[in-house]
Design a protein around this ligand. Structure first.
Ligand code: SF4
Length: 410
């Protein structure tokens, strides 16, 4: 895969050495077992895959290149470029201004922009309406578009489903930038609808089968269906795509469920289901798949707790947390600063969307086994900082530099 020019401050000598070593010994990415960092009384099991993905590195490279090549120009980002507070703060420190927040609320009025300004499109992509608005102001977006190719792949998949006259069901978070962008692109080609979870898929099934009054659809799915959506006609043939960072098992369950609903309602079987349900695989990206599979591999290690590092509004990170917390105490932190001491930690509960203080979070046990991973928008340097902080609480028999040497093969 292409390598990108990403600021060195985001890299970590330890993590780079580990990733290099794992890549050399497992070129085909078949081994999802974690890497053991054995510090004696502390043992860290580091996930096989985590950290910056292709789309994030691509976006960071373009953003910093744009800053370097355009001194004196006003540079805006449509919204957070990726869901990581450190990266976004660094861009702002380099003079970049955000036009909108992650919910799409305006921070800088569009009428303050001129054709001389630069506006960077984030890795999630944006809506067709936004592209048009920027073009009307005279802003060139092509050179500063960091939309991830794996997001564009979902748009292409939607288009091919639309060409076969299926409506498009998008499994995603309705307010997430990527889902809003995908919805916009899908709706250009076919009637489109967003479902956020299995509960909503079940409600949708009620409209497909006629079990629910059709008139209720428009209030129940308000803001999540395309203009002119005809609940009677547009649910007769459907295909499912998804936000690239959803939980793989959730998307699979929703697609399987809707397929069964169509089969039963229209009395179809495997040979005829294509009449009503598009035969597609999920549109999760490679990083989501690798990171989630690696977490499953990591969870096979006997461990006392897990730490997941990443931005609190990061969709892919929250799904890694979801997988871990089903098995053991899990702490979702945005940086090592959240580890206040060996007894106190501030961590994010993504169900209630609040940061909470936990005490006595490190069990008095030797050795203590901790699982560690991070989201696709989290710099490896942050993960190394977390490891360094943990190491500081134990009388370790080995330090981080020794591990760097071991993994580098010195
Ligand atoms: S998580 Fe996947 S789709 Fe999103 S930016 Fe990374 S590679 Fe692209």
């Amino acid at each position: 895969m292409k390598s990108f020019d990403v600021p060195i401050i985001y890299r970590s000598p330890l993590i780079s050495a580990i990733k290099r070593r794992r890549k050399q010994t497992d070129r085909l990415k078949k081994d999802f077992a974690p890497t053991l960092l054995d510090f004696g009384p502390l043992r860290i099991f580091l996930s096989r895959h985590f950290g910056f993905c292709y789309g994030v590195e691509n976006a960071i490279e373009i953003a910093f290149k744009t800053i370097n090549e355009n001194p004196g120009k006003r540079i805006f980002l449509l919204s957070e470029m990726i869901h990581n507070p450190q990266v976004n703060a660094d861009l702002q420190a380099h003079g970049v201004t955000f036009l909108q927040d992650t919910q799409g609320r305006q921070l800088v009025p569009f009428d303050e922009l001129t054709g001389d300004d630069i506006v960077i499109i984030p890795a999630f992509g944006t809506t067709l309406a936004m592209e048009e608005k920027l073009r009307q102001i005279g802003i060139q977006i092509e050179n500063y578009n960091t939309t991830c190719p794996f997001v564009e792949k979902v748009w292409n998949r939607s288009e091919s489903i639309a060409k076969k006259n299926y409506s498009i069901i998008i499994h995603g978070k309705p307010n997430h930038e990527e889902t809003r962008a995908t919805f916009s692109h899908a709706a250009r080609n076919a009637p489109s609808l967003i479902v956020k979870d299995m509960q909503q898929a079940r409600e949708l099934a009620g409209y497909i089968t006629g079990a629910k009054p059709l008139s209720h659809f428009y209030s129940e799915f308000e803001g999540r269906y395309s203009v002119g959506f005809d609940v009677k006609k547009d649910l007769e043939r459907i295909g499912v795509v998804n936000q690239t960072t959803m939980l793989a098992s959730d998307t699979q369950s929703i697609a399987d469920f809707l397929k069964q609903v169509m089969m039963q309602h229209y009395e179809l079987d495997d040979s005829t289901i294509e009449q009503r349900f598009a035969d597609t695989r999920d549109t999760l990206c490679y990083a989501t798949n690798d990171n989630q599979t690696a977490v499953s591999g990591m969870l096979e290690a006997e461990a006392d707790l897990a730490i997941v590092v990443g931005g609190y509004n990061s969709s892919n990170t929250s799904h890694l947390v979801e997988l871990c917390e089903q098995r053991l105490p899990t702490y979702f932190i945005s940086s090592e600063e959240k580890i206040l001491s060996a007894t106190d930690i501030l961590h994010f509960n993504f169900h209630t969307r609040e940061e909470i203080l936990a005490s006595d979070w490190l069990p008095a046990k030797e050795p203590l086994n901790i699982l560690v991973t991070s989201g696709a928008s989290c710099p490896d340097a942050l993960v190394e900082s977390v490891i360094n902080k943990l190491v500081g609480y134990f009388p370790v028999t080995k330090n981080v530099n020794q591990l760097v040497e071991e993994f580098s093969g010195y």
